[in-house]
Design a binder for this molecule. Structure first.
Ligand SMILES: [Fe+2]
Length: 390
């Protein structure tokens, strides 16, 4: 049912020196705990066409849910093909302005954040002040091979302007139904990107919770910082995947330094890896404690990441300034940023004409349904300057 990654587990553990045996055991036991959780399955609806209550209950309990096999084969191939073309257009090295064919590289004339690089197998965020210091501890940094590059692509922000396949996945009707179930019919965008975790090179992301703005808000609850969908193009494993502490989204802001000290290592005992096959999409509460280790294994992970918020979490709120410069999100700002939802639905409808498209309630008054044309994608340039960062 899941790919066998025992070779990667062995190889990964060997990087950890004296902790090799402990790491191996952690990966194997985490994998077993993850698979035994009752929070995965195909998307299911009730008699009214709403997301089935069992799914909502499991998501609420654990803070994440895995929609198995929700991206069809055509969609997965489109995503993989787009990832290949994006990769061919990446700068030849960090700071370069052309790609390997001499073309202007992806993102060179963008104002907004685009491609981010990291030193192979490093933990670039852990223990730093980046993102308001949310990554409180630094994870172990395995030593990369002598032939490893100085830096490797790590994250591509604003992905919908670069990949039509990602834009179409953003308009997935089942996933948007889930967004509606969690955040209400007038849900809003958040931010989109691609996490790139190359086999043998991919950097770590230290333990953290994503939210920033509402921790001290007395009216806030477990859904106040929204969620991310994480679509898996090649699958996700104990070695290359995100690990989460189930249920931690209900516990407020956590003292991660203390948790690591109490555990005696960075291997938090209650955490589990998110294990997915290609085509699975995870919904992950942003308040859930999560992180990922350096990818010392043989499988590359690329995650198609896109999140949504409750309108009440962003309306007239001063943004955190993490994904884009801080701004106060008034109605007009939100309406403009939300335009991408209608575009995604239209782009998807053109590619999958037999599918019943999602109807986004805030666009219900539009006189004519939007018909997608490929030249519309250019209008998304730098759209992520308006990310709803909270
Ligand atoms: Fe995160």
């Amino acid at each position: 049912m899941f790919q066998d990654v025992s070779k990667s587990i062995e190889t990964c553990a060997a990087f950890y020196g004296d902790d090799a045996q402990a790491m191996k055991q952690y990966l194997i036991e985490g994998q077993q705990r993850a698979i035994s959780l009752p929070n995965r399955g195909p998307i299911k609806f009730d008699g009214n066409g709403a997301i089935h209550g069992d799914i909502l209950e499991a998501y609420s309990t654990y803070g994440f849910y895995i929609f198995e096999n929700i991206l069809n084969e055509t969609e997965l191939k489109d995503l993989a093909d787009d990832l290949e073309s994006l990769r061919e257009n990446f700068p030849t090295e960090m700071g370069a302005t052309t790609d390997a064919s001499g073309r202007p590289a992806l993102g060179v004339d963008n104002k907004a954040m685009t491609l981010q690089w990291a030193k192979p197998l490093s933990d670039p965020l852990g223990g730093t002040a980046i993102a308001n210091g949310r990554h409180q501890v630094k994870l172990f940094e395995p030593q990369p091979g002598v032939d490893a590059p100085q830096a490797t692509p790590f994250y591509l922000a604003g992905s919908l302007q670069f990949s039509l396949a990602c834009l179409r996945t953003y308009g997935h009707p089942g996933l948007l139904k889930m967004a509606e179930a969690i955040n209400g019919k007038d849900f809003t965008p958040f931010h989109e990107g691609l996490f790139i975790k190359y086999a043998g090179l991919g950097a770590a992301v230290s333990w953290h919770q994503d939210g920033d703005t509402h921790w001290d808000n007395p009216d806030a609850g477990q859904d106040s910082h929204g969620f991310n969908f994480m679509g898996q193009v090649y699958g996700s494993t104990a070695v290359n995947g995100v690990w989460v502490v189930p249920g931690s989204h209900k516990q407020g802001r956590l003292d991660i330094v203390k948790m690591v000290a109490d555990a005696g290592s960075e291997r938090l005992p209650d955490a589990v890896p998110i294990i997915c096959n290609p085509g699975d999409v995870v919904i992950n509460n942003r308040q859930l404690l999560h992180g990922s280790f350096a990818n010392t294994g043989f499988e590359t992970r690329v995650t198609v990441n896109f999140g949504f918020h409750r309108r009440s979490s962003v309306l007239n709120v001063l943004g955190a300034g993490i994904h884009a410069d801080a701004a106060t999100f008034d109605e007009e700002f939100i309406t403009q940023r939300s335009r991408v939802i209608g575009m995604a639905i239209a782009a998807r409808q053109q590619r999958f004409p037999d599918e019943v498209p999602y109807e986004y309630a805030p666009d219900a008054d539009e006189r004519d349904p939007l018909i997608w044309r490929d030249d519309m994608q250019a209008s998304l340039k730098d759209y992520n300057l308006m990310d709803l960062s909270i």
